[in-house]
Write a protein that binds this ligand. Structure first.
Ligand code: SF4
Length: 666
């Protein structure tokens, strides 16, 4: 099993960058020992030289090190020359990347102009018809030969002009050929790229970068891990470009990107990243910088007990088996803990921040979908009756004093647990870290079916230490539920959003965690960056508890382990988009955000949109000027609806399927 780990990263316990070969992209080399590079993509019309240049300038000023520009046809590919010349005239030497889908002829033009071209192996030589075809080995080989013929001219041009290339697989746009053979799987994504990489290698061309993007972080993480394993098996080490596609915008888009990208960065994987949001690209850049900066001084973390054997399969999602204790763990959804230990609850209104709304007229509590399950009060008490279903945790000594009321459950430190004889007969919480797992403790936990473990860490490489903790539990056959707890000091709410998404997200993606808990932190007021493109979604009047609660539910949703709201899969838009994608997504969100669990895709163009919208339930896809085509899963249900009516028609469609709910008035 240890061999498996070595193949997808250097170490699961010691932070270390996975070393790839260096690739030259203009004056900014990538991979090898170069820093993790930041990149993004323009959303202007590529034929609009002025707008594209100005957006590129803003992106570079925000910290972008490579700029990608779409080239849907030869005309746009040719215009890259004007864009490049104007940028150079203004003193901007940023390497440009042409983004190609379906059009080899545009790629062949662009490769002579810009520093890098991006091709999508799912559509470079194939048209998507969503057909399932049975291939024999022989007919598959004939298909590969067809691809070789179409792709070879571009490789030769890149070699001649010193142009780099990204072979960028998207989960949503695998070719019918790959889908037929490997399915809609991480393996299919990897093979889709490897077919093209092998052709490059045959032609002795190695200026390659690879990516495996998906809108689902679960899929994306596993595809990159598998890619590294496959590359190693074939003696390759090409640099990796990380990204979560169609992540949407706002807080959810940032959380989803941080969960996917951050999970890989934690293991030292990734040479360049793009955070793709449904916002102007300059606003993506500070998010990417914040992600990358987190690893700048990671090497000197406290040591973590090395690992001899990894007791999970890192290529398949499987939730760690735990035995339920009072509704926590087992098959229950991961619980969310709200920490009010340092803040006294004065009135029932305070619980609104964590999703509980008291109705004075009916004298009843109502719960939002994102309502916390457990509240930690430390040595505080609730000045009113607790909403039913909400569990209370008190510090052990305090709980003992309250015990007669039989309300709430105790939180114990290790010594209290080992020596204490007065415990709750139903549920107890035990605070632990990796180093506290001693033999006597393990023995006692194993025979205790009323204890939930709270895993905490003070290690700078905390996710890895907590993962190691989970590995240890599995190896010791300990099945008690575990709530992951993290504390953050002196960070802004925006940094908190990114850091917590990584720390919790990376563990949840590997099936770890029966709950999540952020300590009662005090956020610093200021962002530690002066970047004027930082977009904050934090309302300064919001309480810490509200921000934390919303973020934790967002992380659970992004990791696909607990759904509490509608999911939006929105492309970042690009020069192909013929409507205001940001405004439209916002409009759709406002009307549908109460449809918990529904996945709605908003895609800028009919060329790539339908393929890229992955597993969405409904798709709203631009199909011409002022024209929208509506999809139900992968099928067109209404073609070329005028944009002015399209949102209403989408809602009618959802209603006709019986999936519409009237908004809850809370
Ligand atoms: S789906 Fe969106 S980002 Fe992708 S090519 Fe179409 S418009 Fe551009």
């Amino acid at each position: 099993m240890i061999e498996t780990i070595k193949k997808y990263c250097n170490s699961l316990t010691e932070y270390s960058r996975y070393k790839t070969r260096e690739v030259c992209i203009g004056e900014v080399p990538l991979g090898g020992s170069n820093p993790i590079r930041i990149q993004s993509m323009t959303i202007t019309d590529t034929m609009d030289t002025k707008a594209t240049v100005e957006q590129t300038v803003r992106m570079v000023d925000a910290g972008c090190e490579y700029v990608r520009i779409t080239a849907p046809s030869i005309n746009e590919a040719k215009n890259l020359e004007n864009i490049k010349n104007e940028l150079r005239k203004r003193g901007y030497t940023v390497p440009l990347i042409a983004d190609i889908h379906f059009t080899p002829n545009a790629a062949e033009v662009a490769a002579r102009i810009v520093e890098k071209v991006r091709v999508n192996p799912g559509n470079y030589a194939d048209k998507k018809k969503f057909e399932s075809i049975d291939y024999s080995d022989e007919s598959y080989e004939i298909e590969l030969e067809r691809i070789r013929k179409k792709f070879t001219p571009l490789v030769k041009i890149c070699k001649e002009y010193g142009t780099a290339m990204r072979i960028g697989t998207n989960h949503g746009s695998l070719s019918d050929r790959v889908m037929s053979r490997y399915g809609d799987t991480p393996l299919g994504m990897v093979e889709s790229a490897m077919e093209f990489v092998r052709i490059c290698e045959e032609l002795n061309y190695h200026e390659i970068v690879l990516s495996m993007k998906s809108s689902n972080p679960q899929v994306m993480v596993r595809a990159y891990r598998l890619l590294i394993q496959k590359m190693e098996a074939e003696g390759m080490n090409y640099p990796l470009h990380l990204g979560v596609t169609e992540a949407g915008g706002g807080e959810d888009g940032r959380i989803k990107s941080a969960v996917g990208i951050g999970t890989l960065l934690e293991d030292g994987i990734g040479d360049t990243i793009r955070v793709s949001l449904t916002e102007d690209p300059e606003f993506e850049v500070p998010v990417a910088i914040s992600l990358v900066n987190r690893y700048k001084n990671r090497d000197d973390h406290d040591s973590i007990k090395p690992l001899d054997e990894i007791p999970i399969d890192p290529f398949i999602y499987k939730r760690r088996t735990s035995v339920a204790v009072s509704g926590i763990g087992g098959s229950n959804l991961p619980a969310v803990v709200a920490d009010f230990s340092l803040r006294k609850i004065a009135s029932y209104k305070d619980l609104k921040e964590i999703g509980y709304i008291y109705d004075e007229i009916t004298d009843k509590w109502k719960m939002e979908d994102a309502a916390a399950d457990i509240i930690y009060l430390g040595e505080n008490t609730l000045p009113f009756a607790c909403p039913s279903g909400l569990k209370i945790i008190y510090d052990y000594d305090y709980w003992q004093a309250l015990r007669e009321n039989d309300e709430g459950f105790p939180l114990l430190a290790k010594e209290q647990y080992l020596n204490g004889d007065k415990l709750s007969s139903k549920l107890n919480f035990l605070l632990l870290d990796l180093n506290s797992l001693t033999e006597d403790l393990i023995k006692k936990i194993k025979s205790d079916d009323k204890i939930v473990l709270i895993a905490e860490t003070k290690n700078k490489h905390g996710m890895a230490e907590q993962r190691r903790f989970f590995f240890e539990l599995i190896q010791m056959d300990i099945k008690n539920p575990v709530i992951i707890k993290r504390d953050y000091e002196n960070i802004s709410p925006d940094e908190f959003r990114i850091y917590s998404s990584i720390d919790f997200g990376a563990l949840l993606i590997d099936g770890f965690g029966d709950g999540v808990w952020v300590g009662n932190n005090h956020f610093s007021d200021n962002n530690t960056t002066n970047n004027k493109y930082v977009k904050s979604f934090i309302n300064t009047k919001e309480s810490t508890q509200k921000i934390i609660n919303r973020t934790l539910f967002g992380i659970l949703q992004a990791a696909r382990v607990r759904v509490s709201k509608t999911e939006y899969i929105a492309c970042p838009s690009c020069g192909r988009t013929l409507f205001d994608l940001q405004e439209t997504t916002e409009m759709i969100r406002k009307r549908t955000e109460h449809l918990k669990g529904l996945k709605i895709a908003v895609m800028g163009c009919i060329v790539n949109g339908p393929g890229e919208m992955a597993d969405a339930d409904y798709g709203y896809v631009g199909s011409g000027v002022d024209k929208i085509t509506l999809y139900k899963e992968k099928e067109i249900v209404k073609r070329n609806v005028p944009a002015s009516r399209a949102v209403n028609e989408l809602i009618e469609l959802i209603k006709a399927d019986g999936k519409w709910l009237e908004e809850k008035k809370i």
